[in-house]
Design a binder for this molecule. Structure first.
Ligand code: NAP
Length: 248
């Protein structure tokens, strides 16, 4: 097929879902991945209603066999992989450093860091063989700033930025690009779980220079740009989409 094919992990909610809708509207074939069969099939049907070719493939990004199988199934079904959005992520168990332990570390790092690493490994296997492709990882404002009360999450997103830059350098001469988008507070289930109360959400919003949180579609727009040929000379970059938070 000549249509561009995009794979999105953690695609069933929030930013991933908005990106899936955006790629479908832009004429891509969209493979959405996640852990919930029913929600996944429903979103795939919604994408097909927009005129896109779409498929749901179940995978937990912490498991290498599932990630390898996911990428293999994309290629078997669609024949190519042009863009991959490594969006699956978790806020883990927020709280002060003194309350963290090996379990809370693994609950965050296994998805955010190992998941991104395994996803890139298998996506690159396909993209390098073809000599083209674009990977967009999802970091966070906390991926380059400290975050009291969210140290492990912040550390995991720092790791995502390190992985992004390192992988980008490794493959830069091959025609494959690797970038990241770093959202500020964005109106998704994760933000609601992370803040817990309306007061804490309002407090976080007050710290954004634009005085509002982002909409998932606003993050998706930046993801679409980095994935596209419009960003053909851009690699190893982290694009902040955060209402001015990282400029403050
Ligand atoms: N919202 C924000 O304010 C914000 C700010 C900065 C960065 N981000 C980042 O943006 C990305 C998307 O988050 P979101 O805000 O859209 O929240 P979200 O709605 O909770 O989306 C996260 C998605 O990742 C999936 N996921 C979690 N663990 C997974 C695993 N092991 N394997 C496969 N899928 C898994 C979740 O599905 P399950 O239901 O299966 O858990 C969920 O669909 C994340 O990487 C997040 O860290 C968000």
């Amino acid at each position: 097929m000549s249509q561009r094919v995009v794979l999105i992990t953690g695609a069933l909610t929030g930013i991933g879902r908005a990106a899936a809708l955006g790629f479908a509207r832009a004429g891509h074939a969209v493979v959405i991945s996640g852990r919930h069969e029913e929600t996944g099939e429903a979103l795939a049907a919604e994408l097909r209603d927009l005129g896109a070719e779409a498929a749901f493939i179940r995978a937990d990004v912490r498991r290498e066999a599932e990630v390898a199988g996911l990428v293999d199934q994309v290629v078997a079904r669609f024949g190519r992989l042009d863009a991959a959005i490594n969006n699956a992520g978790t806020e883990g168990r927020p709280g002060p450093v003194t309350e963290q332990d090996a379990e809370s570390y693994a609950a965050t790092f296994d998805t955010n860091v190992l998941g991104t690493l395994l996803s890139m490994k298998h996506e690159l296997r396909v993209m390098l063989a073809r000599g083209s492709g674009s990977i967009v990882n999802i970091s966070s404002t906390y991926g380059h700033d400290g975050a009291g009360g969210a140290s492990v999450y912040s550390a995991s997103k720092h790791a995502v930025e390190g992985l992004t830059r390192s992988a980008a350098i490794e493959v830069a001469a091959t025609g494959v690009r690797v970038n990241a988008v770093a959202p500020g507070p964005t109106d998704t289930g994760m933000l609601d779980r992370f803040t817990g109360t309306a007061e804490r959400k309002a407090g976080l919003t007050a710290g954004v220079p634009m005085r509002r949180v982002g909409e998932p579609g606003e993050i998706a727009n930046a993801i679409l740009f980095l994935a596209s040929d419009q960003a053909s000379f851009t690699t190893g970059q982290v694009l902040s989409v955060d209402g001015g938070k990282s400029a403050a």
